[in-house]
Design a protein around this ligand. Structure first.
Ligand SMILES: [Zn+2]
Length: 293
């Protein structure tokens, strides 16, 4: 699937298009009446029979002669016993989808991980003779300085949950050790009309990528929004957010700015059209599924 933000083309590379989680587990504060009121939009693509539905996907941006990959999904051969469908996966269509989008892994210039959760770093590395090596051999990998520092402090203190610790060991630390990582801060500009912005709350150091090229605008906002349900109920954070209140503030700010500026919102895990414009109305927001930025 491909869409455009002005001159920038965006290819969507889907690693898992049907990851599901029971609504009360994933969204402990969800309001069944909101789902009832917006059943026509939410069901069955985003919510179905008590389950929230997600895609795990990457976005390949071609802009200004450079190729940028946003988020790195699950990967193959990774130890993720907490999620059996992702544990020691031997085959996926990820690299084949890249090829079909006419993207050679060696041609990726930049990889940007919005944050360092297991479903955003997997394809950073691949197995090569028992070692984790960069999947994109010529890319610089952009990691948020604060995000990496937070996780490494937890890891080194033995306080990171095993699923997070293994993600670092299999998919992040090998990139740092290979000398391929660039630690970046809010405001960093990875290209013309591209800027990293802070999106704290889901993790402490999550960042998004804002695209502003002439009158075309978009924000790749990682896990600040997981599901369109959180556009209708914008205070709704997930059970995996480190600071649910801050995550809700960040989300509300994204929605307000998008409604105001016409920015296309591109969260990491939307199925269906993968992105949305935001319409503001009396005290709330609604998605408008039109992919033209
Ligand atoms: Zn995620």
């Amino acid at each position: 699937m491909r869409f455009a933000i002005g001159d920038t083309t965006v290819d969507v590379i889907v690693d898992d298009d049907n990851f599901t989680s029971p609504l009360p587990e994933f969204f402990p504060g969800y309001d069944p009446q909101v789902i009832e009121a917006h059943r026509d939009v939410l069901e069955p693509v985003f919510v179905d029979r008590g389950l929230a539905r997600f895609a795990i996907q990457s976005f390949v941006l071609r802009t200004g002669g450079r190729t940028l990959l946003i988020d790195c999904c699950i990967g193959e051969h990774k130890d993720i016993p907490e999620i059996p469908a992702w544990h020691q996966r031997r085959t996926s269509s990820f690299l084949e989808q890249l090829r079909r989008a006419d993207v050679d892994p060696a041609e990726i210039d930049l990889v940007f991980c919005t944050h360092l959760h297991v479903d955003h770093v997997g394809w950073n590395t691949r197995q090569d003779n028992g070692r984790w090596t960069p999947t994109f051999p010529n890319a610089r990998y952009l990691f948020g300085r604060r995000e990496l520092a937070d996780w490494m402090a937890q890891h080194d203190a033995g306080k990171a949950l095993p699923i997070h610790a293994r993600a670092l060991e299999q998919s992040v630390i090998p990139i740092v050790e290979a000398g391929r990582a660039d630690l970046v801060d809010d405001g960093y500009e990875p290209g013309r009309g591209l800027r990293l912005v802070p999106l704290p709350g889901h993790t402490g150091g999550q960042m998004g990528l804002v695209v502003e090229q002439a009158r075309h605008r978009a924000i790749f906002c990682g896990d600040a929004i997981h599901n369109p349900l959180q556009i209708f109920q914008h205070g709704l954070s997930t059970s995996s957010c480190v600071d649910p209140k801050l995550a809700a503030e960040t989300r509300t700010k994204i929605l307000a700015e998008a409604a105001d500026s016409g920015r296309l919102v591109v969260p990491a895990h939307f199925r269906g059209p993968r992105c949305a414009h935001i319409h503001a109305h009396s005290g709330g927001y609604a998605p408008v599924f039109d992919t033209n930025a």
